[in-house]
Every structure is written in C-alpha cells, then in structure tokens.
Design a protein around this ligand. Structure first.
Ligand SMILES: [Zn+2]
Length: 114
C-alpha cells in the first residue's frame, strides 16, 4: 500500500472586497478675526496690541475714559475700546457737550454775579 499523495486543499480566506472608506470630516474653516471677550482688537488691522489712552488733547483725562479711547500700537488707529468703532463721533459729541456745559457755566456765573 502506497501512501497516496493527497493534495491538501487549503482554502484561502480572503476578506470580501467591501471595504468602506473611513469618513473624512472636512476641517473647520479658519475663523476670521473675531473680537475676543475681554480682549480689545483693532478694527483697522485686527491686531490685539492695543492699549487704553489715558490722556488726549481733546478730552483731557475724562474724555478718553468716557469713550474707552483705545489706541492700536500696531497701526496707530484710535477707536472705542468697548464698541470697536471709531471714536470720531464720540469726540465731536464730547467736545460739543463740554463746550455747551462750559458756556452754560460761564453764563450762569455771569448771570448770578450780575
Ligand atoms: Zn491697528
């Protein structure tokens, strides 16, 4: 009796070709320059290197404090640190109000002393 050479059938196990590609989430778009709460950002150049102005020729020490006058150290623009808008209108209003009050005080003194 000869030992028959039996071919061993080795079934190959292959995974079925149903490989779903992994879902790729698109990267979130880079946010634009947004004002950070508590952080003053220059409305002109978007820089955060800003500081409050403590004294100005038009408002002394009170005017810039009222208007939150802020100056950008990057481009030199001045603006309202609270609203981020230009302070030109506020400066005009402040000057007019101060002028009216000053005139009113002078008139009152003149009338009272007359
Ligand atoms: Zn700036």
């Amino acid at each position: 009796m000869t030992d028959p050479n039996q071919a061993q059938d080795q079934p190959t196990q292959q995974a079925p070709g149903a490989e779903a590609p992994p879902p790729v989430a698109p990267p979130p778009p880079a946010p634009a320059v947004q004002p950070v709460p508590g952080q003053v950002v220059c409305p002109k150049c978007g820089g955060a290197n800003c500081r409050r102005v403590s004294f100005t020729w038009w408002g002394g020490a009170v005017g810039p404090a009222i208007l939150k006058h802020t100056k950008c150290n990057n481009c030199g623009a001045t603006f309202n640190g609270r609203t981020g808008q230009s302070n030109t209108t506020g400066i005009v209003i402040y000057s007019v109000v101060v002028g009216v009050i000053g005139i009113a005080i002078i008139v009152a003194i003149t009338v009272a002393g007359g």
